[in-house]
Design a protein around this ligand. Structure first.
Ligand code: XLS
Ligand code: NI
Ligand code: NI
Length: 441
């Protein structure tokens, strides 16, 4: 099949290079030197940066109050195959110019949905073949694929958790095709984001049955993909709400409980998103620590919310303190298990220059690079780790150690407390810890 061609979409832009922090070039990386080694790996290996197909090549800036403001040349052809191929050309040009190795996609980001399952299947096959050729010549890879089981009106009451079995079957058909496409594209992971898996009203909802159905559905998807030879990891992406009033994959702790309860913990890990963490009234650092301490820190959707209104605004990350604290947790748990950093973020509706999408990714990338460099210095050059470990010093020997290792009874605690009397006050030194973080940024 012939590639469409030599049309250049981002004409004003050349390849983005690392120029160092003294550079004044707004179209260069100031901190992201892909081959720089930090904590034993190159930045390229640590991060596996990915472009989100939906935000960068599909989203046009529409909001509930008005239509899109960004016009994409590649989405104009009325023929769905032509439009999809042009979109893929634009996407690969963009990803390559940024110097990224990966992208992430939903099934119908790649090509418009057909009017029957067989039409959708044949469209997906066509675009997968086309993209596979582009992958070969560019070296760009798929970090993860997923199915958009939330936009089509048939999913208004849920997909895998819909009270109508016929809709569940349709969701199954869609996930089968999305898995096929992900596997055919060599996708390293597969994501489930349960956008409509939850409820608008508890009055009409049987939570227990819906959760059982969701677990059944995920097991079937896992078994199918494994049967097709898929070796990657499945990720659940928690989000507490929006579009539903309540979503079952509320946060990392809820998802871990669910995966353990239904015997899915061996195949599934977690894809955490900054803005979803803040919607759940957590910090991203909290979500990462919960996932990391359970061996489930799989992947990251990078963005940020609005600190005042709390919406899922999907802005590009630029908060150094927030991301540095997140990178501390990242390094403490040895990085991501199979995943990478996917920019699930969009430029603002009034960012209408072609360069804006480049500035956005450059800023996000540099925020992560600068933050992991700072986090590594905090761990290796400051007394941060020691101060943190010292707080637990009393468990390293004597009765504290006996307690940790299960050799004491409650009655022993009574005797120890009675013998030692009132404990000394030991400062938690929060402000001191906060100052260390700022010192290294
Ligand atoms: C929406 C989610 C979505 C997932 C992929 O809030 O972040 O974009 O990452 O379906
Ligand atoms: Ni999101
Ligand atoms: Ni996301």
């Amino acid at each position: 099949m012939a590639l469409i061609g030599d049309k250049e979409y981002f004409k004003e832009l050349k390849e983005i290079k690392y120029e160092g922090k003294e550079s004044d070039n707004p179209l260069a990386y100031k901190y992201y030197d892909a081959e720089r080694i930090v904590a034993g790996k190159t930045l390229r290996e640590h991060f596996k940066f990915a472009v989100a197909y939906w935000h960068s090549f599909c989203g046009t800036g529409a909001d509930p109050f008005g239509p899109g403001t960004q016009i994409y040349e590649w989405d104009i052809p009325s023929d769905p195959i032509m439009a999809a191929k042009e979109k893929a050309d634009a996407a690969f040009e963009f990803i390559t110019k940024l110097g990224f190795d990966y992208f992430c996609f939903h099934d119908y980001d790649l090509i418009r949905e057909g009017s029957s399952w067989s039409e959708s299947e044949s469209r997906l096959n066509t675009i997968v073949d086309y993209i596979n050729q582009k992958k070969k010549t560019s070296g760009v890879k798929v970090l993860w694929g997923t199915a958009n089981c939330f936009a089509n009106p048939r999913y208004m009451n849920g997909a895998a958790t819909n009270p109508d079995f016929n809709v569940v079957a349709n969701a199954g058909a869609q996930v089968k095709l999305a898995l096929d496409a992900t596997i055919a594209l060599g996708g390293e992971n597969y994501v489930f984001w349960g956008g409509r898996e939850g409820y608008m009203s508890l009055l009409n909802t049987d939570i227990k049955r819906e959760l059982d159905h969701m677990a059944q559905f995920l097991s079937m998807a896992r078994d199918y993909a494994r049967g097709q030879g898929f070796k990657g990891t499945f990720f659940i992406e928690p989000k507490p709400m929006e579009p539903m009033k309540h979503q079952y994959d509320f946060d990392a702790a809820t998802v871990i409980g669910f995966l353990n309860q239904y015997g899915l913990a061996d195949d599934f890990k977690i894809n955490l998103e900054f803005n979803h963490a803040t919607l759940a009234s957590h910090t991203m650092q909290h979500e990462m620590a919960v996932a990391g301490s359970n061996g489930m820190l799989g992947s990251i959707d990078a963005n940020r919310g609005d600190y005042q209104n709390g919406w899922d605004t999907d802005q590009f990350p630029n908060n150094l303190v927030e991301v540095t604290e997140a990178m501390l947790v990242f390094l403490q748990y040895g990085g991501l298990q199979g995943g990478g950093i996917n920019f699930d973020a969009k430029i603002r509706r009034n960012s209408t220059d072609q360069k804006d999408i480049f500035y956005a990714h450059i800023g996000g990338v540099d925020t992560f690079a600068r933050s992991i460099i700072a986090a590594d210095k905090i761990i290796s050059s400051s007394d941060y780790q020691k101060l943190r470990d010292d707080r637990y010093h009393s468990f390293d020997s004597a009765s504290g150690k006996d307690f940790e290792e299960g050799r004491l009874q409650l009655k022993d605690l009574f005797d120890i407390a009675a013998a030692h009397g009132e404990p000394q006050r030991i400062s938690g030194r929060q402000e001191y810890f906060e100052n260390i973080v700022n010192q290294y940024i």
